[in-house]
Design a protein around this ligand. Structure first.
Ligand SMILES: [Zn+2]
Length: 841
């Protein structure tokens, strides 16, 4: 008998422990009383999926720091048994897959914790899934909920691990307490310090790239991006503020209001404050609300008070204690309320979703693009990420709006890339490709220009008639070169980042490479300035020279032009002093307090994942000019360096430059050199809006610079009037000195993304490589009249020689969010070609 009792006891205890547990029972603490580590959150969702027949839990990849990226599919058991058909029917309804369907199931996607230090929402995700499958099952009869419990696990754990290490027990609610002051760079961004809520459209980060694959499989009807804002704000939910992008439909606008009113009902019942319609617009396509909007969903941002300051509890300025428990409750409420509204309107959501993808009335039917084949390939890779269709033209002339001419023109379309709007994702094509987004209000939260043809450096004609595209990609080639028996050297043209990656790999394989400062001609073939010259003579001690170069060229799809003589057609032979050695420079980059984490992160990501060339990052706290003795190049990211670049340090830096060092200063870092002994950079006027990182915080700040007239503007018109000083990311035409090595690979003009109104005079003692002479020409985006006028006669890129070394000034940050593909070669040129006489060999 006793054995049977024992057996029975074991069976009972197994069945008890195997039941679905609440987050509190599973984790061992009430939600909101601790911050949960990402691994614990994953464990809880796995537990839920094991115990419930309403949850499927999958991984969609890994972060840079190898944490899992995951999503749960939550619905009724009946729907889950049929989930693949539900998914496909939705794509058929939108025309994204062949066949027809009239689905009735709503699809809601909830994205939590995209900003790592806005950490209440991942806690709310656990609460929400539990309530959904225990208390709100009825909604799941006609609704599928996709939950991504943490979009940014690396950022979340950076915040949570730090907080758990430093918090007092019990927590200290005083604002001044150390647990409310995150150290640089904070937990907001991902591993490479990119803001993932600015990366949806560009998908430069592994989190975005892997998420978009799943997103495209599902294409939800409603998408919520959960955030947090400053501790003194009440809760924000949709409807959003103007400007809305014009492709957003009336239904999308209306349904945001319906959802907002449903939230309001619950918030009013509890006595919780909220606001709507005063902030967070819907224009820039790369957010977690706009991107889904442009893909047919109701995309929304929800903002809880909290953020990296709030910890488990903090006293706000109004004298109320803001607790994590409350933050979790609010985000849980809006998440559930959203699902409720989707369930109540499932049929309508499906019929309106279908309508969104019918694009017959868009003005431009085709965007036709031509240019360097590497740049075309880079753009097709972007289109592939969004599963946007494209083709190549068989030929013929195309008329329409020319991006380069900023007016009507024509193009021979033979071989051109054609992206048309007569496809389901045509509205996203319009949003990405159109020259200038229509702006109903210039007071926006983000940049107002991003036009892809300019970003990728391609000629583009927007045509009002459909251009056929059944040709093949002329750039596609299989390269399988074999090493020749005898050569004088190789020549490779210099046009694109693909060429730069090739150079980087050669240098790291100890191949000695030259570049030409003159146009070359060999055996009747012409090569532009900047072309790489790889001579047998320079590599004569390397027996593997030809095999290595051939292998690296094949790997990078680079055509090697082989010449058996170094005797040129036009006088510049391989031994010419105009064909200079590329130095294998050792590069230092400043990071840490003072630097913009976004700017540093973009540089870090660029070198590690794009150029694949080593850098050494030096913390500003540890930096002294002495530490540069082993380096040839110092990159100073956008930032404020008053504490680091003191007059003494600048004196030392000048000495280092004069002895052959090169400093590349980006964005606001330039202001550290203005008016300093030995540096000739000067501002055109007083600094106006110099903020180009409105995305460093949840609240964008418009700087007000009061002139005399401004002082008489009424109280309630101040913000509106500030618009005239504002540039919020717009595209300007820049003239280039194409004979300068910094501009090799470019023509004599370039379209630059300007992020603010900072304006610098032409260098008096230096080379003005990129500049705007006379009135500045803006082709896209919003610029206030005064800010635009301030840009006339200003330098954009410049080099100042000092002794044997150089200062390189980059007013515009070409690595901003890593999406301005056509600007990146300026940085590579600056690293390796500009003043290359001092070689770090
Ligand atoms: Zn946020």
């Amino acid at each position: 008998m006793s054995r049977i009792f024992t057996l029975l006891f074991v069976l009972v205890s197994i069945s008890v422990s195997a039941q679905l547990q609440s987050p509190a029972d599973y984790l061992g603490y009430e939600l909101g009383t601790e911050f949960s580590r990402h691994a614990d959150v994953v464990d809880y969702f796995e537990h839920v999926a094991e115990q419930s027949d309403m949850v499927i839990y999958n991984s969609y990849g890994k972060t840079n720091e190898r944490r899992p990226l995951t999503y749960a599919i939550v619905s009724s058991p009946k729907n889950l048994a049929n989930i693949e058909n539900i998914r496909k029917d939705n794509l058929k309804n939108a025309g994204l897959e062949s066949g027809s369907a009239s689905p009735q199931v709503a699809i809601v996607w909830l994205s939590y914790n995209v900003h790592g230090n806005e950490a209440s929402s991942t806690e709310a995700a656990m609460n929400t899934v539990y309530k959904l499958i225990t208390e709100k099952k009825a909604w799941l009869e006609n609704t599928v909920v996709i939950m991504d419990p943490c979009v940014n696990p690396d950022g979340r754990d950076r915040y949570v691990n730090w907080y758990n290490q430093v918090k007092s027990t019990p927590y200290d609610k005083k604002q001044v307490a150390a647990e409310h002051s995150e150290p640089w760079p904070g937990g907001r961004a991902n591993h490479y310090l990119f803001d993932l809520n600015r990366d949806w459209a560009w998908a430069t980060q592994v989190e975005s790239q892997q998420r978009l694959k799943i997103y495209n499989q599902w294409m939800p009807h409603v998408h919520v991006d959960f955030h947090e804002q400053g501790i003194n704000n009440p809760y924000y939910f949709a409807p959003a503020v103007e400007p809305y992008h014009e492709i957003i439909s009336d239904f999308q606008r209306e349904f945001q209001v319906s959802i907002g009113k449903n939230h309001a009902k619950y918030f009013d019942r509890e006595g919780w404050l909220f606001f709507t319609r005063e902030s967070f617009d819907l224009l820039y396509p790369s957010y977690g609300d706009t991107y889904p909007m442009f893909m047919g969903a109701i995309g929304m941002t929800y903002e809880q008070a909290g953020h990296g300051r709030a910890g488990l509890g903090i006293m706000n300025d109004d004298g109320f204690e803001l607790t994590l428990i409350d933050r979790v409750a609010h985000h849980t409420t809006t998440g559930l309320s959203t699902i409720e509204m989707a369930s109540l309107n499932a049929t309508k959501l499906n019929t309106e979703f279908k309508k969104f993808f019918q694009n017959g009335n868009l003005k431009y039917k085709s965007y036709v693009l031509k240019g360097n084949s590497d740049k075309v390939n880079a753009l097709t890779q972007l289109l592939d990420k969004h599963e946007i269709k494209y083709g190549f033209s068989n030929g013929g002339s195309v008329n329409g709006f020319s991006y380069a001419q900023n007016g009507t023109s024509s193009m021979n379309a033979a071989g051109a890339l054609v992206v048309s709007t007569n496809q389901p994702k045509g509205k996203m094509v319009k949003a990405l490709f159109e020259q200038d987004a229509k702006l109903s209000d210039p007071l926006t939260y983000d940049i107002t220009a991003w036009s892809v043809p300019y970003a990728y450096g391609l000629d583009c004609i927007a045509s009002t008639s459909l251009v056929s595209a059944n040709g093949s990609n002329p750039a596609f080639k299989q390269i399988n070169q074999v090493a020749p028996s005898s050569i004088a050297g190789y020549i490779v043209p210099w046009n694109s980042m693909s060429d730069a990656v090739f150079l980087s790999e050669l240098l790291q394989n100890d191949i000695r490479v030259r570049f030409s400062e003159k146009d070359l001609s060999f055996n009747g073939k012409k090569f532009n300035k900047g072309s790489l010259v790889i001579t047998k003579s320079d590599n004569r001690t390397n027996n593997e020279f030809m095999a290595t170069v051939t292998k690296i060229a094949n790997k990078n799809s680079r055509d090697l032009y082989v010449t058996t003589t170094s005797f040129s057609d036009n006088g510049f032979d391989f031994g010419s002093s105009n064909i200079k050695m590329v130095p294998k420079n050792r590069i230092a980059v400043l990071k840490g307090s003072g630097t913009s984490s976004l700017s540093y992160g973009a540089i870090w990501h660029f070198f590690e994942t794009q150029l694949k060339y080593p850098i050494t990052s030096i913390d500003t706290d540890d930096f002294s000019v002495r530490s540069l003795k082993d380096f040839q190049v110092l990159i100073i990211p956008n930032g404020y360096y008053g504490r680091v670049l003191t007059d003494d340090a600048l004196g030392d830096l000048r000495t280092w430059i004069r002895s052959g060092g090169k400093v590349i200063a980006v964005g606001r870092a330039l202001s550290s050199f203005v008016g300093k002994d030995g540096f000739s950079i000067a501002r055109n006027e007083d600094p106006s809006d110099d903020s180009d990182d409105s995305d460093d915080s949840e609240d964008s700040e418009d700087t007000d610079n009061a002139t005399d007239d401004d002082k008489l503007i009424p109280y309630d018109q101040r913000e509106r009037n500030g618009v005239k000083d504002l540039i919020t990311g717009s595209i300007y035409k820049v003239t280039l000195d194409a004979s300068h090595p910094m501009a090799f690979g470019y023509d004599d003009s370039y379209f630059s993304l300007k992020l603010g109104g900072s304006s610098y005079k032409f260098l008096e003692n230096g080379y003005n490589v990129g500049y705007m002479k006379g009135d500045a020409i803006s082709v896209s985006g919003f610029s206030g009249d005064e800010a635009k006028a301030g840009l006339s006669n200003s330098m954009i890129f410049g080099e100042e020689r000092m002794g044997s070394g150089s200062m390189v000034y980059m007013v515009d940050d070409v690595l901003f969010r890593s999406f301005w593909e056509n600007g990146k070669l300026f940085l590579v040129n600056s690293l390796f070609f500009v003043n290359s006489n001092v070689a770090g060999l």
